[in-house]
Write a protein that binds this ligand. Structure first.
Ligand code: ATP
Ligand code: MG
Ligand code: FE
Length: 356
């Protein structure tokens, strides 16, 4: 199968052609990502209106480029896969409408893909990975621990009750006067900082539920920064390093509990259990080594796909389409609409339906 993927849910415009062979092995034939980072950096965050316009300007050329790099034409493509949620509605409209237009003109089926499913299945594109496995998604918009049981079969075990982890990095950076995006800046500053100088809160640590909470961290950072006058460069480095310590300890507890639950539920399974990480925060070395150690001591294999596949891209969307098609799941009708909110699992949907 050869699938053309389109991704426009946030601040990356991306197109990709991915192949899936009969044995389930994946290969990226052509892949292009255009980051809008520069357009948004002056504002310290993603501006939806600017994002939508930038997607309109770039998408057609990117699709042509992806096909060109793959050395194929639309005739060689079996289906179109476009992200249709969750995300910024303007961007989603641009990508999904473009996908529909190509599907309509070429007579190929269209798969409307959940962006989170793209992240969830990426590890099966890069590695020979069987179900079930656990995924930790840590990006600017999401922080979730999800059980991946099969194609279209997901159970969200934990989620953030306030800020996403990447958001916590971005907001902390802003407070400290560091540039956007905050994650890389905080990590850089932390390298020469004292990780034990400040004790920041570790919310929900010790609780049985698997959720996360990060909004208290930025408040604590603000208070500490205000208590020091003047804040030196070294203070900033110490705050960043201590901030990462709090996150590392929190994740150790939260994810540790998730690994235990996985072992308890799938104890009869022969293969060694796997934890996959996805999302832009996966670039963080402290986070990586924390998860690696945690997996080592729990008998888990820790799997981190290459960074350009952890952050937003269209290869993961094309791959999700390929997996759906190979599994015999139906394509979507051209009346399908984008959804700014679209939880990955049925339980979460029921929760939203009940007004919680
Ligand atoms: P979505 O949640 O919809 O996928 P997004 O664009 O916010 O959207 P990504 O592009 O996957 O998500 O990740 C961006 C986030 O990752 C930002 O919050 C950024 O600060 C964070 N990030 C990037 N590098 C690092 C790093 N080295 N350490 C910590 N955080 C990082
Ligand atoms: Mg992004
Ligand atoms: Fe994403």
């Amino acid at each position: 199968l050869r699938i053309l993927g389109i991704e426009t849910s946030c601040d990356e415009t991306a197109a990709s052609v991915v192949e899936r062979d009969a044995d389930g092995r994946g290969r990226i034939l052509g892949d292009v990502v255009l980051s809008q980072m520069e357009e948004h950096s002056a504002y310290g965050g993603v501006v939806p209106e600017i994002a939508a316009r930038a997607h309109v300007d770039a998408l057609d050329t990117l699709i042509e480029e992806a096909l060109l790099r793959a050395g194929v034409t639309l005739n060689d493509i079996d289906a179109i896969a476009a992200t249709s949620g969750p995300g910024l509605i303007g961007g989603l409209l641009v990508g999904l409408m473009t996908g529909k237009a190509i599907a309509r003109a070429s007579g190929k089926p269209l798969y409307a893909i959940n962006h989170l499913e793209g992240h969830a299945l990426t590890a099966r594109l890069t590695d020979n990975l069987a179900f079930p496995y656990l995924m930790l998604l840590v990006s600017g918009g999401h922080t979730q621990l999800v059980l991946i049981k099969g194609i279209g079969d997901y159970a969200r075990w934990g989620t953030t009750i306030d800020d996403a982890l990447g958001e916590a990095f971005d907001k902390t950076a802003k407070l400290l006067g560091l540039p956007y995006p905050g994650g890389p800046a905080v990590e850089r500053a932390a390298r020469t900082g004292n990780p034990d100088r400040f004790v920041f809160p570790r919310p929900l640590v010790g609780e049985a539920r698997l959720d996360f909470s990060f909004s208290g961290l930025k408040t604590a950072v603000r208070q500490v920064a205000q208590s020091i006058e003047p804040v030196t460069e070294q203070d900033v480095c110490d705050i960043c390093a201590s901030f990462q310590t709090a996150i590392s300890r929190t994740l150790k507890d939260r994810i540790g509990r998730g690994l235990s639950r996985f072992k308890a539920e799938f104890s009869g399974q022969a293969a060694s259990p796997v934890l996959v990480v996805a999302g832009g925060v996966a670039a963080n070395q402290v986070l990586r080594s924390t998860l690696q150690q945690l997996c080592d001591s729990n008998g888990f294999r820790f799997l981190a796909p290459p960074l350009d596949l952890c952050t937003d891209n269209a290869a993961m969307i094309a791959w999700a389409g390929a997996e759906r098609m190979a599994a015999g799941l139906p394509a979507d009708g051209l009346e399908v609409a984008p959804r700014s909110r679209w939880p990955l699992d049925a339980d979460a949907q029921a929760l939203i339906g009940s007004g919680k």
